[in-house]
Structure formats: C-alpha cells, structure tokens
Design a protein around this ligand. Structure first.
Ligand SMILES: [Zn+2]
Length: 193
C-alpha cells in the first residue's frame, strides 16, 4: 500500500494483467489518473474515445478506458463508488487563477507533469480519468462539481490491458473534495503469480 499525501502525485509502471487498486482512505477525495503506453509516449489515455465506446460519461465496473489509438488501456473490474468523471481536465494553476483568483495553488496538472517527468515522460495533455470525482450534467448542459460519493475505505480496481506508465494524484482542489484535500492510497495487485 502506498500513500499519496494531500495535494501531490506519483507515477509508476504497471504490467499488463496487474490490477491497480485506488483507495479513498478518508472519503470524499478525488484522484486523477493519466496513463501512457509503456515505451511509446505517443499513445495515451483518451477521454473522448472512452466516452464514445462506452456510450456514457459514467464508467463503472466493466467499463474500459481507451487510448488515443482506440486500444484498451484499463478495464474497471471492481468499483465501490460508481461515480467518476471523464469530462473535466485536471485542476491546474491557471484554473485556480481563473476560477478562484488564487495564484500559485498546488494542482493535479503540476503534480502529473512532475511525476511523469521523473519517468522521462512529458505531459501536456488535458485528458484524465478523475476517480471518485462527482460531476453532474443538467438537461440544459449545466455542469456542477459536487462532493464525491466515496466513503472512507472505498476503492476502485483497474486491470491494466497493456504495459503502462501511470500518473495518479491526490487532487489539490478544496472545492472538488468537499472543502478539504486528503490523501489517496493505492496498491498494485498481481494475480499472475
Ligand atoms: Zn485536482
């Protein structure tokens, strides 16, 4: 079990068949996930294709996360929460400036960049799978970011469908995490042993 402290991020490798378990230890905490094909930085997670193939903006158990080459990267094999977000980009320093008038705020965008840089990867993307993020869309298209539905100890399991480099955050936005930024935990389960 690895703990990601509040408002930070990590990057690591996953082998095909391994299961990434992302845990919300305290509840109501979002974790942004970005993934690349290991060894090919031009193939990465694509939220648009994922939505297209799912015919839904809400992925849960059985849902598949696709790359920009329409290849499966992950399959969700267990999900305690059932609500995650595919629409919004990771929070960024600029986003806090524009929406909240705050300078120099920690962000998922910065944490993803730094973590992936440590793996030799450059990230300049906007697509992420925002685990436990509770985004709702009204019939008129209005979007609201509501308190995550995750309770303390809830988790989601994602099976890697190819060798991957993954970045994972404990989201830095107070607004997204019902007022307080908390840690995230993860572990890699290897069923091939
Ligand atoms: Zn964030």
């Amino acid at each position: 079990m690895v703990r990601i402290p509040p408002q930070s991020g990590v990057a690591f490798h996953l082998k095909r068949g391994q299961v990434l378990r992302v845990i919300d230890p305290e509840g109501e905490q979002v974790s942004d996930l970005v993934a690349f094909a290991d060894g090919d930085a031009s193939e990465r997670f694509a939220a648009g294709y994922t939505t297209d193939y799912a015919n839904s903006i809400f992925l849960t158990t059985g849902g598949v996360l696709y790359s920009n080459r329409s290849r499966p990267m992950f399959t969700i094999v267990a999900d305690d929460v059932g609500r995650h977000d595919l629409l919004l980009s990771p929070c960024s320093e600029e986003m806090f400036r524009i929406l909240r008038g705050v300078d120099g705020h920690p962000s998922c965008d910065e944490n993803i960049r730094k973590s992936l840089a440590s793996q030799g990867l450059q990230w300049d993307g906007t697509d992420a799978f925002n685990i436990f993020m509770n985004v709702n869309v009204a019939p008129d298209g209005a979007v609201s970011v509501d308190a995550p539905l995750s309770k303390a100890g809830d988790h989601i399991d994602l099976r890697a469908e190819m060798d991957l480099v993954v970045a994972l955050t404990a989201c830095s936005s107070e607004h997204t995490n019902n007022g307080r930024c908390k840690p995230i935990e993860y572990e890699v389960l290897d069923f091939s042993d």
